[in-house]
Design a binder for this molecule. Sequence first.
Ligand SMILES: NC(=O)c1ccc[n+]([C@@H]2O[C@H](COP(=O)([O-])OP(=O)(O)OC[C@H]3O[C@@H](n4cnc5c(N)ncnc54)[C@H](OP(=O)(O)O)[C@@H]3O)[C@@H](O)[C@H]2O)c1
Length: 158
Amino acid sequence: MINMIWAMDENNLVGIGDRIPWHIKEDLLYYKSKTKGQIVLMGDTTYYSLKGYYKEKPLPYGKIYVATIDKNLVIEGCHMVYDIISFLNDLDKDIDLWVVGGATIYKLSLPYANRLYISFVKGKYEGDRYFPKIDYSNYNLIWENDTDKVRYTLFERK
Ligand SMILES: NC(=O)c1ccc[n+]([C@@H]2O[C@H](COP(=O)([O-])OP(=O)(O)OC[C@H]3O[C@@H](n4cnc5c(N)ncnc54)[C@H](OP(=O)(O)O)[C@@H]3O)[C@@H](O)[C@H]2O)c1
């Protein structure tokens, strides 16, 4: 099962440089509650950005796959993915993978994802990394929870 989890604003914005454009604590806690101890896949930009926050502390995941096209890049403690398409095609169906960003990795993974955990952030922010357009007719809305700042949703592929 391939899960994707992300937050985006009303323009599908997900990032500015290597950062998230907003600071919404409740969404951060939601993200952490879903991904803690899980098997995750992220791009190298997102990995280094997270390392900037966690510094010497280990990232709170069970197993980390880091995607990069730089075949010389090896990150200690992580499993490197040099070809994300082959990786997703060959992934064992019993594995519960969480794709956690960023923009490039979301775009490449979307066709393979079974479940989308989307946090719709209310408002429009400044930034330069966007999620691609989603055809929601391919998905069923399974769950939602609307709050002041964010609408939390789970979509499942039909
Ligand atoms: N809003 C959210 O929920 C959320 C969550 C996570 C991240 N973000 C944001 O997303 C932004 C980062 O996104 P990004 O697109 O710049 O970087 P990214 O998705 O984290 O990483 C992109 C990397 O993927 C690698 N790549 C490209 N094609 C590949 C392939 N076919 N196989 C394997 N690896 C491949 C490239 O490696 P090379 O470097 O070798 O070219 C590239 O650097 C930041 O602003 C971050 O804050 C937002």
